[in-house]
Design a protein around this ligand. Structure first.
Ligand code: C2O
Ligand code: CU
Ligand code: CU
Length: 489
Protein backbone atom coordinates (compact mmCIF):
# COMPACT_ATOMS: atom_id res chain seq x y z
CA UNK A 1 0.00 0.00 0.00
CA UNK A 2 1.04 3.58 0.35
CA UNK A 3 4.26 4.47 2.10
CA UNK A 4 3.15 8.08 2.44
CA UNK A 5 1.78 9.07 5.83
CA UNK A 6 -1.59 10.79 5.85
CA UNK A 7 -0.14 13.92 7.41
CA UNK A 8 2.03 14.46 4.37
CA UNK A 9 -0.88 13.93 2.07
CA UNK A 10 -2.91 16.44 4.03
CA UNK A 11 -0.04 18.88 3.95
CA UNK A 12 -0.29 19.25 0.21
CA UNK A 13 -1.67 22.70 -0.35
CA UNK A 14 -4.20 22.60 -3.10
CA UNK A 15 -6.95 24.97 -4.11
CA UNK A 16 -10.44 23.91 -3.15
CA UNK A 17 -13.29 24.00 -5.61
CA UNK A 18 -16.96 23.25 -5.75
CA UNK A 19 -17.14 19.72 -7.07
CA UNK A 20 -18.32 16.92 -4.88
CA UNK A 21 -15.51 14.82 -3.51
CA UNK A 22 -14.84 11.57 -5.17
CA UNK A 23 -13.71 8.69 -3.05
CA UNK A 24 -11.00 7.01 -5.04
CA UNK A 25 -10.38 4.20 -2.62
CA UNK A 26 -13.31 2.28 -4.04
CA UNK A 27 -12.99 -1.43 -4.58
CA UNK A 28 -10.49 -2.12 -7.27
CA UNK A 29 -11.77 -3.91 -10.29
CA UNK A 30 -8.94 -6.39 -10.16
CA UNK A 31 -9.84 -7.78 -6.78
CA UNK A 32 -8.43 -11.24 -6.70
CA UNK A 33 -11.56 -12.73 -5.20
CA UNK A 34 -11.22 -15.69 -2.93
CA UNK A 35 -7.93 -16.76 -4.46
CA UNK A 36 -5.01 -17.20 -2.14
CA UNK A 37 -2.64 -14.26 -2.35
CA UNK A 38 0.94 -15.30 -2.54
CA UNK A 39 2.01 -11.78 -1.74
CA UNK A 40 4.81 -12.16 -4.26
CA UNK A 41 5.16 -10.73 -7.70
CA UNK A 42 5.41 -12.48 -11.01
CA UNK A 43 9.03 -12.88 -12.00
CA UNK A 44 9.55 -12.36 -15.73
CA UNK A 45 10.55 -15.57 -17.52
CA UNK A 46 11.35 -14.18 -20.95
CA UNK A 47 13.98 -11.53 -20.19
CA UNK A 48 16.28 -11.00 -23.17
CA UNK A 49 14.20 -12.91 -25.73
CA UNK A 50 14.12 -11.35 -29.19
CA UNK A 51 11.52 -8.61 -29.60
CA UNK A 52 8.41 -9.90 -31.35
CA UNK A 53 6.01 -7.85 -33.40
CA UNK A 54 2.32 -8.16 -32.65
CA UNK A 55 0.42 -9.87 -35.46
CA UNK A 56 -0.28 -7.36 -38.25
CA UNK A 57 -3.75 -7.16 -39.76
CA UNK A 58 -3.37 -5.26 -43.01
CA UNK A 59 -6.05 -3.58 -45.08
CA UNK A 60 -6.63 -4.64 -48.66
CA UNK A 61 -8.66 -2.95 -51.39
CA UNK A 62 -9.53 -0.02 -49.18
CA UNK A 63 -10.84 -1.99 -46.22
CA UNK A 64 -9.75 -3.73 -43.07
CA UNK A 65 -12.34 -5.81 -41.27
CA UNK A 66 -11.30 -7.31 -37.96
CA UNK A 67 -12.75 -8.88 -34.87
CA UNK A 68 -11.31 -7.89 -31.53
CA UNK A 69 -12.34 -9.90 -28.49
CA UNK A 70 -11.43 -8.43 -25.11
CA UNK A 71 -10.91 -11.12 -22.49
CA UNK A 72 -8.70 -12.21 -19.63
CA UNK A 73 -5.96 -14.74 -20.27
CA UNK A 74 -2.81 -13.70 -22.11
CA UNK A 75 0.85 -14.55 -22.19
CA UNK A 76 2.91 -11.76 -20.63
CA UNK A 77 6.58 -11.71 -19.65
CA UNK A 78 6.83 -15.41 -20.49
CA UNK A 79 3.91 -16.56 -18.32
CA UNK A 80 0.30 -17.52 -18.89
CA UNK A 81 -1.46 -14.84 -16.88
CA UNK A 82 -4.94 -13.59 -16.04
CA UNK A 83 -4.09 -10.21 -17.56
CA UNK A 84 -6.29 -8.89 -20.39
CA UNK A 85 -5.85 -8.92 -24.11
CA UNK A 86 -7.46 -8.60 -27.51
CA UNK A 87 -7.77 -11.92 -29.32
CA UNK A 88 -5.84 -13.48 -26.42
CA UNK A 89 -2.77 -11.30 -26.95
CA UNK A 90 -1.37 -8.23 -25.23
CA UNK A 91 -0.69 -6.03 -27.08
CA UNK A 92 -3.55 -6.82 -29.44
CA UNK A 93 -2.91 -7.15 -33.16
CA UNK A 94 -1.41 -4.20 -35.02
CA UNK A 95 -4.09 -2.75 -37.28
CA UNK A 96 -2.61 -1.34 -40.47
CA UNK A 97 -4.67 0.86 -42.76
CA UNK A 98 -4.05 3.44 -45.45
CA UNK A 99 -5.50 6.92 -45.96
CA UNK A 100 -8.98 6.61 -47.48
CA UNK A 101 -9.60 3.15 -46.04
CA UNK A 102 -12.52 1.91 -44.02
CA UNK A 103 -11.68 0.18 -40.76
CA UNK A 104 -14.47 -2.08 -39.53
CA UNK A 105 -14.02 -3.56 -36.07
CA UNK A 106 -16.38 -5.96 -34.37
CA UNK A 107 -15.56 -5.58 -30.69
CA UNK A 108 -16.70 -8.46 -28.49
CA UNK A 109 -16.63 -7.96 -24.74
CA UNK A 110 -15.75 -11.08 -22.77
CA UNK A 111 -14.72 -9.10 -19.70
CA UNK A 112 -16.97 -8.95 -16.66
CA UNK A 113 -17.53 -5.20 -16.97
CA UNK A 114 -18.32 -2.74 -19.79
CA UNK A 115 -15.71 -1.64 -22.28
CA UNK A 116 -15.53 0.13 -25.65
CA UNK A 117 -12.89 1.14 -28.21
CA UNK A 118 -11.01 4.36 -28.88
CA UNK A 119 -8.70 5.01 -31.83
CA UNK A 120 -6.24 7.31 -30.08
CA UNK A 121 -5.00 10.13 -32.33
CA UNK A 122 -6.92 9.04 -35.40
CA UNK A 123 -8.65 11.88 -37.26
CA UNK A 124 -12.01 10.27 -37.69
CA UNK A 125 -15.56 11.21 -36.80
CA UNK A 126 -16.50 11.09 -33.10
CA UNK A 127 -20.11 10.30 -33.95
CA UNK A 128 -22.33 7.20 -34.10
CA UNK A 129 -20.30 3.99 -34.40
CA UNK A 130 -17.03 5.78 -35.19
CA UNK A 131 -14.58 7.02 -32.50
CA UNK A 132 -17.36 7.67 -30.01
CA UNK A 133 -16.12 7.59 -26.40
CA UNK A 134 -19.67 7.62 -25.01
CA UNK A 135 -20.51 4.16 -26.34
CA UNK A 136 -20.73 1.25 -23.95
CA UNK A 137 -20.33 -2.40 -24.85
CA UNK A 138 -21.65 -4.57 -22.04
CA UNK A 139 -20.20 -7.92 -20.95
CA UNK A 140 -21.16 -10.61 -23.44
CA UNK A 141 -22.13 -8.06 -26.12
CA UNK A 142 -20.54 -7.23 -29.46
CA UNK A 143 -20.50 -3.91 -31.27
CA UNK A 144 -19.64 -3.02 -34.87
CA UNK A 145 -17.43 0.03 -35.22
CA UNK A 146 -16.76 1.69 -38.56
CA UNK A 147 -13.95 4.21 -38.86
CA UNK A 148 -13.54 6.05 -42.16
CA UNK A 149 -9.94 7.16 -42.51
CA UNK A 150 -9.91 10.36 -44.59
CA UNK A 151 -7.81 10.34 -47.79
CA UNK A 152 -5.59 13.14 -46.43
CA UNK A 153 -4.88 11.40 -43.11
CA UNK A 154 -1.19 11.54 -42.14
CA UNK A 155 0.71 8.27 -42.35
CA UNK A 156 2.04 7.41 -38.92
CA UNK A 157 1.78 5.73 -35.55
CA UNK A 158 -1.46 5.63 -33.57
CA UNK A 159 -2.95 3.20 -31.09
CA UNK A 160 -6.22 1.80 -29.79
CA UNK A 161 -7.43 1.17 -26.27
CA UNK A 162 -10.66 0.99 -24.22
CA UNK A 163 -12.35 4.22 -23.15
CA UNK A 164 -15.30 3.34 -20.95
CA UNK A 165 -15.22 6.06 -18.29
CA UNK A 166 -14.31 4.74 -14.86
CA UNK A 167 -12.60 1.61 -16.18
CA UNK A 168 -9.99 2.92 -18.59
CA UNK A 169 -6.95 2.76 -16.30
CA UNK A 170 -7.76 -0.73 -15.06
CA UNK A 171 -8.35 -2.14 -18.52
CA UNK A 172 -5.22 -0.66 -20.10
CA UNK A 173 -3.14 -1.63 -17.05
CA UNK A 174 -4.71 -5.04 -17.54
CA UNK A 175 -3.20 -5.23 -21.03
CA UNK A 176 -5.83 -3.89 -23.45
CA UNK A 177 -3.93 -1.85 -26.03
CA UNK A 178 -2.71 -2.24 -29.58
CA UNK A 179 -0.89 -0.33 -32.30
CA UNK A 180 -2.78 1.27 -35.17
CA UNK A 181 -0.61 2.27 -38.10
CA UNK A 182 -1.58 4.43 -41.01
CA UNK A 183 0.70 3.38 -43.85
CA UNK A 184 1.78 5.83 -46.56
CA UNK A 185 -0.65 6.12 -49.47
CA UNK A 186 1.84 4.85 -52.06
CA UNK A 187 4.10 1.84 -52.04
CA UNK A 188 7.28 3.69 -51.23
CA UNK A 189 8.53 3.90 -47.70
CA UNK A 190 8.96 7.39 -46.33
CA UNK A 191 12.35 6.62 -44.90
CA UNK A 192 15.26 4.44 -45.95
CA UNK A 193 15.05 2.05 -43.03
CA UNK A 194 15.87 -1.62 -43.04
CA UNK A 195 13.69 -2.53 -40.07
CA UNK A 196 10.42 -0.93 -39.01
CA UNK A 197 9.35 -1.97 -35.53
CA UNK A 198 6.53 -1.20 -33.14
CA UNK A 199 7.62 -0.81 -29.51
CA UNK A 200 4.39 -0.62 -27.53
CA UNK A 201 5.38 0.09 -23.94
CA UNK A 202 2.95 -0.87 -21.18
CA UNK A 203 3.27 -1.38 -17.47
CA UNK A 204 1.35 -3.56 -15.07
CA UNK A 205 1.67 -5.31 -11.74
CA UNK A 206 0.97 -9.03 -11.51
CA UNK A 207 1.04 -11.18 -8.43
CA UNK A 208 2.85 -14.51 -8.23
CA UNK A 209 -0.20 -16.25 -9.71
CA UNK A 210 -0.29 -13.98 -12.76
CA UNK A 211 -3.28 -12.04 -11.49
CA UNK A 212 -3.52 -8.28 -11.67
CA UNK A 213 -2.57 -6.69 -8.39
CA UNK A 214 -5.02 -4.56 -6.48
CA UNK A 215 -4.44 -0.85 -6.82
CA UNK A 216 -4.61 1.34 -3.72
CA UNK A 217 -5.99 4.83 -3.34
CA UNK A 218 -2.58 6.48 -3.36
CA UNK A 219 -1.60 4.67 -6.55
CA UNK A 220 -4.77 5.99 -8.16
CA UNK A 221 -4.12 9.49 -6.87
CA UNK A 222 -0.62 9.65 -8.28
CA UNK A 223 -1.50 7.53 -11.30
CA UNK A 224 -0.59 3.87 -11.06
CA UNK A 225 2.83 2.84 -12.31
CA UNK A 226 3.23 -0.87 -12.82
CA UNK A 227 6.20 -2.73 -11.45
CA UNK A 228 6.54 -4.70 -14.66
CA UNK A 229 7.42 -2.54 -17.66
CA UNK A 230 6.94 -4.41 -20.93
CA UNK A 231 7.62 -3.85 -24.62
CA UNK A 232 5.13 -5.71 -26.82
CA UNK A 233 4.28 -7.76 -23.73
CA UNK A 234 7.90 -8.84 -23.24
CA UNK A 235 10.33 -8.09 -20.45
CA UNK A 236 13.55 -6.38 -21.55
CA UNK A 237 13.53 -7.94 -25.03
CA UNK A 238 16.55 -7.92 -27.30
CA UNK A 239 16.47 -5.97 -30.55
CA UNK A 240 18.94 -7.36 -33.09
CA UNK A 241 20.66 -4.83 -35.32
CA UNK A 242 23.32 -4.80 -38.01
CA UNK A 243 25.91 -2.09 -37.50
CA UNK A 244 25.09 0.78 -39.83
CA UNK A 245 21.61 -0.47 -40.76
CA UNK A 246 18.99 2.07 -39.76
CA UNK A 247 15.85 1.04 -37.92
CA UNK A 248 12.62 2.91 -37.33
CA UNK A 249 11.19 2.38 -33.88
CA UNK A 250 7.60 3.42 -33.37
CA UNK A 251 7.55 3.92 -29.62
CA UNK A 252 4.06 4.09 -28.14
CA UNK A 253 3.63 5.06 -24.50
CA UNK A 254 0.71 2.83 -23.53
CA UNK A 255 1.40 3.19 -19.80
CA UNK A 256 -1.48 4.40 -17.65
CA UNK A 257 0.54 7.17 -16.04
CA UNK A 258 4.26 6.58 -16.50
CA UNK A 259 6.12 9.30 -18.41
CA UNK A 260 8.87 7.80 -20.56
CA UNK A 261 12.08 9.71 -21.11
CA UNK A 262 13.90 7.33 -23.41
CA UNK A 263 17.60 7.10 -24.11
CA UNK A 264 19.59 4.53 -26.08
CA UNK A 265 22.98 3.82 -24.61
CA UNK A 266 25.82 4.97 -26.86
CA UNK A 267 23.48 6.28 -29.55
CA UNK A 268 21.48 9.28 -30.54
CA UNK A 269 17.79 8.86 -31.21
CA UNK A 270 16.75 10.62 -34.38
CA UNK A 271 13.24 11.89 -33.76
CA UNK A 272 11.28 11.90 -37.02
CA UNK A 273 7.60 11.84 -36.07
CA UNK A 274 5.44 12.75 -33.10
CA UNK A 275 1.90 11.50 -32.46
CA UNK A 276 1.55 10.17 -36.00
CA UNK A 277 2.86 13.13 -37.97
CA UNK A 278 6.32 13.82 -39.32
CA UNK A 279 8.50 16.60 -37.97
CA UNK A 280 9.77 19.04 -40.62
CA UNK A 281 13.27 17.58 -40.28
CA UNK A 282 14.91 14.78 -38.30
CA UNK A 283 16.14 15.89 -34.87
CA UNK A 284 19.01 13.95 -33.32
CA UNK A 285 18.57 13.91 -29.55
CA UNK A 286 19.98 12.17 -26.50
CA UNK A 287 16.51 11.77 -25.04
CA UNK A 288 12.95 11.73 -26.28
CA UNK A 289 10.11 12.30 -23.84
CA UNK A 290 6.73 10.61 -24.15
CA UNK A 291 3.82 11.44 -21.87
CA UNK A 292 1.22 8.67 -21.49
CA UNK A 293 -0.52 8.33 -24.87
CA UNK A 294 2.27 9.97 -26.90
CA UNK A 295 4.04 8.25 -29.77
CA UNK A 296 7.52 9.07 -30.97
CA UNK A 297 8.99 7.56 -34.12
CA UNK A 298 12.76 7.50 -33.87
CA UNK A 299 15.45 6.38 -36.26
CA UNK A 300 18.27 4.40 -34.73
CA UNK A 301 21.60 4.13 -36.53
CA UNK A 302 23.46 1.29 -34.82
CA UNK A 303 27.18 1.79 -34.57
CA UNK A 304 29.83 -0.63 -33.36
CA UNK A 305 28.99 -4.04 -32.00
CA UNK A 306 27.74 -4.64 -28.52
CA UNK A 307 24.76 -4.41 -26.21
CA UNK A 308 23.03 -1.06 -25.81
CA UNK A 309 20.14 -0.76 -23.37
CA UNK A 310 17.15 1.39 -24.22
CA UNK A 311 16.41 3.09 -20.92
CA UNK A 312 13.40 4.94 -19.59
CA UNK A 313 14.91 7.38 -17.14
CA UNK A 314 13.35 8.58 -13.94
CA UNK A 315 11.10 11.56 -14.57
CA UNK A 316 10.19 14.12 -11.97
CA UNK A 317 6.59 15.13 -12.61
CA UNK A 318 6.66 17.92 -10.01
CA UNK A 319 6.78 18.61 -6.30
CA UNK A 320 4.16 16.01 -5.50
CA UNK A 321 6.25 13.29 -7.13
CA UNK A 322 9.20 14.37 -5.00
CA UNK A 323 7.12 14.27 -1.83
CA UNK A 324 5.91 10.80 -2.69
CA UNK A 325 9.43 9.63 -3.32
CA UNK A 326 9.37 9.55 -7.09
CA UNK A 327 5.84 8.38 -7.61
CA UNK A 328 4.05 5.20 -6.80
CA UNK A 329 5.33 1.65 -6.98
CA UNK A 330 8.42 2.04 -9.08
CA UNK A 331 9.64 4.96 -11.07
CA UNK A 332 12.63 4.93 -13.33
CA UNK A 333 15.14 4.23 -14.48
CA UNK A 334 14.02 1.02 -16.15
CA UNK A 335 15.51 -0.94 -19.01
CA UNK A 336 12.92 -1.26 -21.74
CA UNK A 337 14.94 -3.34 -24.20
CA UNK A 338 18.51 -4.00 -25.30
CA UNK A 339 19.78 -3.42 -28.81
CA UNK A 340 22.35 -6.04 -29.74
CA UNK A 341 24.51 -5.24 -32.72
CA UNK A 342 26.63 -7.87 -34.36
CA UNK A 343 27.90 -8.82 -37.77
CA UNK A 344 29.45 -7.03 -40.68
CA UNK A 345 28.74 -3.32 -41.07
CA UNK A 346 26.03 -2.36 -43.53
CA UNK A 347 25.91 0.89 -45.46
CA UNK A 348 22.54 2.51 -45.11
CA UNK A 349 21.28 5.28 -47.36
CA UNK A 350 21.52 8.67 -45.66
CA UNK A 351 18.50 10.07 -43.88
CA UNK A 352 16.59 12.77 -45.72
CA UNK A 353 17.20 16.30 -44.48
CA UNK A 354 13.51 17.17 -44.84
CA UNK A 355 10.47 15.08 -43.93
CA UNK A 356 6.90 15.18 -45.30
CA UNK A 357 5.58 17.22 -42.37
CA UNK A 358 2.12 18.64 -42.71
CA UNK A 359 1.51 22.34 -42.57
CA UNK A 360 -1.09 22.71 -39.87
CA UNK A 361 -4.27 24.34 -41.15
CA UNK A 362 -4.20 27.16 -38.62
CA UNK A 363 -6.47 30.09 -39.37
CA UNK A 364 -6.85 33.28 -37.32
CA UNK A 365 -7.83 32.54 -33.72
CA UNK A 366 -11.55 33.15 -33.21
CA UNK A 367 -11.91 32.12 -29.58
CA UNK A 368 -9.61 31.89 -26.60
CA UNK A 369 -10.35 29.64 -23.65
CA UNK A 370 -8.65 28.87 -20.40
CA UNK A 371 -9.11 25.39 -19.01
CA UNK A 372 -7.86 24.33 -15.58
CA UNK A 373 -6.76 20.86 -14.52
CA UNK A 374 -7.49 20.55 -10.80
CA UNK A 375 -6.41 17.99 -8.26
CA UNK A 376 -7.06 18.53 -4.59
CA UNK A 377 -8.08 17.11 -1.26
CA UNK A 378 -11.83 16.82 -0.98
CA UNK A 379 -14.12 15.62 1.77
CA UNK A 380 -13.91 11.95 0.88
CA UNK A 381 -10.55 11.67 -0.81
CA UNK A 382 -8.81 13.30 -3.71
CA UNK A 383 -10.76 15.36 -6.24
CA UNK A 384 -9.88 15.27 -9.91
CA UNK A 385 -11.68 17.85 -11.99
CA UNK A 386 -11.51 20.28 -14.86
CA UNK A 387 -12.75 23.82 -14.21
CA UNK A 388 -14.27 22.76 -10.89
CA UNK A 389 -16.41 19.97 -12.28
CA UNK A 390 -16.02 16.26 -12.59
CA UNK A 391 -16.91 14.52 -15.85
CA UNK A 392 -20.55 14.41 -16.88
CA UNK A 393 -21.11 12.77 -20.27
CA UNK A 394 -24.43 14.62 -20.68
CA UNK A 395 -23.04 18.11 -20.17
CA UNK A 396 -21.45 20.18 -22.97
CA UNK A 397 -18.42 21.86 -21.43
CA UNK A 398 -17.12 23.66 -24.51
CA UNK A 399 -19.24 24.66 -27.50
CA UNK A 400 -17.21 25.16 -30.64
CA UNK A 401 -18.11 26.15 -34.19
CA UNK A 402 -16.86 23.80 -36.88
CA UNK A 403 -14.07 25.41 -38.90
CA UNK A 404 -12.89 27.74 -36.14
CA UNK A 405 -9.34 27.81 -34.92
CA UNK A 406 -9.22 28.24 -31.15
CA UNK A 407 -6.47 28.96 -28.70
CA UNK A 408 -6.70 26.99 -25.47
CA UNK A 409 -4.53 27.64 -22.46
CA UNK A 410 -4.48 24.62 -20.18
CA UNK A 411 -3.47 25.60 -16.67
CA UNK A 412 -2.22 23.33 -13.92
CA UNK A 413 -1.97 25.07 -10.53
CA UNK A 414 -1.09 21.82 -8.78
CA UNK A 415 2.19 20.12 -7.89
CA UNK A 416 1.95 17.25 -10.40
CA UNK A 417 2.27 17.39 -14.20
CA UNK A 418 -0.85 16.19 -16.06
CA UNK A 419 -0.86 15.08 -19.73
CA UNK A 420 -3.61 16.92 -21.65
CA UNK A 421 -5.26 14.94 -24.46
CA UNK A 422 -7.94 15.93 -26.96
CA UNK A 423 -9.66 13.42 -29.25
CA UNK A 424 -10.25 13.84 -33.00
CA UNK A 425 -8.81 17.38 -33.42
CA UNK A 426 -5.02 17.50 -33.06
CA UNK A 427 -3.46 20.70 -31.74
CA UNK A 428 -0.20 22.55 -32.18
CA UNK A 429 1.59 23.58 -29.01
CA UNK A 430 2.42 27.28 -29.15
CA UNK A 431 4.19 27.70 -25.84
CA UNK A 432 4.85 25.91 -22.55
CA UNK A 433 5.38 27.67 -19.21
CA UNK A 434 8.59 25.74 -18.57
CA UNK A 435 10.08 26.86 -21.91
CA UNK A 436 10.20 23.33 -23.37
CA UNK A 437 10.50 23.88 -27.13
CA UNK A 438 7.28 22.74 -28.85
CA UNK A 439 7.66 20.06 -31.53
CA UNK A 440 5.90 22.38 -33.99
CA UNK A 441 3.62 19.81 -35.60
CA UNK A 442 0.11 18.68 -34.68
CA UNK A 443 0.05 16.37 -31.68
CA UNK A 444 -2.60 14.91 -29.39
CA UNK A 445 -1.04 14.67 -25.92
CA UNK A 446 1.08 17.29 -24.17
CA UNK A 447 2.38 17.25 -20.62
CA UNK A 448 1.19 20.32 -18.70
CA UNK A 449 3.98 21.18 -16.25
CA UNK A 450 3.27 21.30 -12.52
CA UNK A 451 2.30 24.85 -11.50
CA UNK A 452 2.41 25.78 -15.15
CA UNK A 453 0.48 25.92 -18.38
CA UNK A 454 0.54 25.15 -22.09
CA UNK A 455 -0.95 27.19 -24.90
CA UNK A 456 -2.45 25.31 -27.85
CA UNK A 457 -3.78 26.21 -31.28
CA UNK A 458 -6.62 23.90 -32.31
CA UNK A 459 -8.16 23.92 -35.78
CA UNK A 460 -11.63 22.39 -35.27
CA UNK A 461 -11.86 21.23 -38.86
CA UNK A 462 -13.25 18.20 -40.70
CA UNK A 463 -15.61 16.75 -38.08
CA UNK A 464 -18.56 17.97 -36.09
CA UNK A 465 -19.82 16.08 -33.09
CA UNK A 466 -19.18 15.59 -29.40
CA UNK A 467 -16.02 14.18 -27.94
CA UNK A 468 -13.74 14.58 -24.93
CA UNK A 469 -10.53 16.08 -23.60
CA UNK A 470 -8.93 14.71 -20.48
CA UNK A 471 -5.88 13.96 -18.41
CA UNK A 472 -4.09 10.94 -19.88
CA UNK A 473 -3.06 9.79 -16.41
CA UNK A 474 -5.99 7.45 -16.84
CA UNK A 475 -6.67 7.06 -13.13
CA UNK A 476 -7.35 10.79 -13.13
CA UNK A 477 -9.56 10.54 -16.20
CA UNK A 478 -11.53 7.72 -14.55
CA UNK A 479 -11.92 9.84 -11.41
CA UNK A 480 -13.44 12.73 -13.37
CA UNK A 481 -10.63 14.74 -14.94
CA UNK A 482 -12.36 14.70 -18.31
CA UNK A 483 -14.78 17.06 -20.07
CA UNK A 484 -16.75 17.30 -23.31
CA UNK A 485 -16.46 19.45 -26.38
CA UNK A 486 -19.37 19.84 -28.80
CA UNK A 487 -18.38 20.95 -32.30
CA UNK A 488 -21.35 22.12 -34.35
CA UNK A 489 -21.53 23.08 -37.99
CU1 C2O B 1 -5.71 7.58 -25.29
CU2 C2O B 1 -9.17 9.61 -24.52
O1 C2O B 1 -7.44 8.56 -24.85
CU1 CU C 1 -7.45 9.52 -27.31
CU1 CU D 1 -3.93 14.08 -14.20
Amino acid sequence: MTPAPISRRRAIVLGGFGAASLAIGATGWFATGAGVRTGGRLQPADTGAELRQPKVLDSADGRLQVELTAAAGVRLAGHDTRALGYNATSPGPTLRVRPGDELAVRLTNQLDEPTNLHTHGLRVSPQANSDNPFLRVDPGASFDYLFRIPPDHPAGTYWYHPHHHGMVAGQIFGGLAGALLVAPPGQDPDLPVLEDRVLLVTDTTLDGDGRLAEIGAMDRAMGRQGELVLVNGQHEPTIPADPGATQRWRVINGCVSRVLSIRLDGHELVHVAQDGTFLPAPIAADRVMLAPGNRADVIVRPTGTGRYPLIAEAVNRGGMDEMMGGGTASSGPVILATMVTAGAPVTAPPLPTALPAETPAVGPVTTRREIAFQMGMGMGGMDFAIDGRIFDPDRDDQNVTLGDTEEWTITNPGPLAHPFHLHVWPFTVVELSDATPPVGVPQDVVLVPARGWVRLRIPFTNYSGRSVYHCHILDHEDAGMMATVNVRA
